[in-house]
Design a protein around this ligand. Structure first.
Ligand SMILES: Cc1cc2nc3c(=O)[nH]c(=O)nc-3n(C[C@H](O)[C@H](O)[C@H](O)COP(=O)(O)OP(=O)(O)OC[C@H]3O[C@@H](n4cnc5c(N)ncnc54)[C@H](O)[C@@H]3O)c2cc1C
Length: 365
């Protein structure tokens, strides 16, 4: 039976970042069910480099987002990944939303994001032209990234260190042994087995099913999974924006916000809808709710220019309240050499390089 030191399951941005990092010291194989990397959440997001504003103090989301943001900007500069630190404007549209805005600024400060700035009327007309605001705050460290180029670079880094990515290969079963794992893989209807010492479960929506297939892992440690779909609509037309515009957050997401891609194209979303299983269907009738949500802060929206774009599905661990990333290692589940990552929703892309560092340390615990 073939042996590899470290097996990483799932080639989204999280698995790629972990595999690239671990390959500096270990022999690494990254396996992916789909035909190529990033066919799921990692190619169905907003591509925003988040500042780290929204999350409770000392949560993994807060600490790994703030650290990850710094690592990601540095990585983009060093490896020439296209990105733009555009900044975003947080908008309170009326007096009753100002307390939410003030609370966000206070939380950001607690998280170490100390550069938020209240904007004057004059500054607001510059940073958020045509936007209805009662009060606005600029987050200068928010940006956008070409996430595909970022992931290609992580793959190149993995391969430079003699690691490899194998696609069309699904991990179907894992036995825990005295000195590691025996992993059963299915590759284009062929079944094979592999031994490894360390195993990282970065399978995104597949993380819980994969964990349940690990014989020897206490099933009580595996959190329940939920799917929360978000739709995007693209704006096909001229617009006045050069910065991202975010209304006050809502229960399960950041509100229908306006983001730009690196070509300056404007899109809106994602909204939130809990669904029963992984399903990327785009319900075009959601456009009515989008128009209403956008007009709260951009009354001059030309609704005829808003066209359906794509959807993404958040890997949620709860249907209510804040839920942190869950990254479990030996101290949590008693299996040496195993790390399971659950609920890596936003800001997972921003945090990916910091998550990789965290996983490396967790393996040493
Ligand atoms: C709508 C939306 C918007 C977002 N916007 C942002 C944003 O602007 N900024 C930000 O920082 N974050 C954002 N995020 C979060 C970010 O996209 C995710 O945190 C990140 O992409 C998760 O990556 P992943 O590698 O964990 O998962 P995935 O990209 O889903 O990768 C997991 C991979 O595992 C594979 N797999 C599953 N099971 C198996 C198996 N048994 N064997 C082999 N392979 C398997 C899957 O095929 C998949 O390719 C957003 C998320 C969503 C849903």
């Amino acid at each position: 039976m073939d042996y590899i030191d470290t097996l990483v399951v799932g080639a989204g941005c999280i698995g790629l970042a972990i595999a690239a990092r671990l390959s500096e010291k270990h022999e690494v194989l990254l396996v992916e069910t789909e035909k190529q990397f990033a066919m799921h959440t990692s190619s169905r997001n907003s591509e925003v480099i988040h500042a780290g504003i929204y999350y409770p103090t000392d949560s993994l989301k807060a600490t790994l987002c703030v650290l990850g943001k710094a690592l990601l900007y540095e990585y983009c500069r060093r490896r020439k990944i296209p990105y733009a630190q555009l900044g975003k404007v947080l908008v309170a549209v009326n007096a009753s939303e100002t307390s939410s805005l003030n609370a966000l600024v206070a939380q950001a400060t607690l998280n170490g994001v100390e550069d938020l700035a209240f904007l004057s009327r004059q500054q607001l007309s510059h940073y958020a032209p045509d936007i209805k605001t009662h009060q606005g705050v600029l987050s200068p460290s928010t940006g956008i990234i070409d996430s595909h180029q970022f992931m290609l670079s992580l793959l190149a880094q993995l391969e430079q260190h003699q690691g490899s990515l194998v696609c069309q290969t699904q991990v179907t079963h894992i036995d825990v042994t005295n000195d590691g794992f025996i992993v059963t893989l299915n590759s284009q209807s062929e079944t094979m087995q592999l031994r490894c010492r360390q195993l990282i479960n970065a399978a995104g929506h597949g993380a819980q099913p994969l964990a349940h297939s690990i014989m020897g892992l206490n099933a009580a440690t595996i959190p329940e999974q939920f799917f929360c779909r978000g739709v995007y609509f693209r704006y096909h037309g001229q617009h006045p924006f050069k910065h991202l515009i975010y209304p006050m957050p809502e229960a399960h997401g950041l509100g229908v916000h306006a983001t730009l891609d690196l070509n300056g194209q404007l899109k809106f979303g994602p909204d939130t809808e809990f669904i029963d299983s992984l399903d990327y269907h785009l319900d075009e009738t959601r456009q009515y709710a989008f128009v209403e949500a956008i007009r709260r802060y951009w009354p001059n929206l030309d609704a005829s220019k808003l066209l359906p774009d794509y959807t993404g599905v958040r890997p949620k661990l709860s249907q209510s309240g804040f839920q942190d990333f869950v990254i479990q290692s030996r101290k949590d589940h008693a299996v040496p050499g195993l790390v399971n990552l659950y609920g890596i929703e936003s800001p997972g892309l921003t945090a990916s390089l910091a998550i990789a560092e965290y996983v490396e340390r967790a393996l040493e615990d």
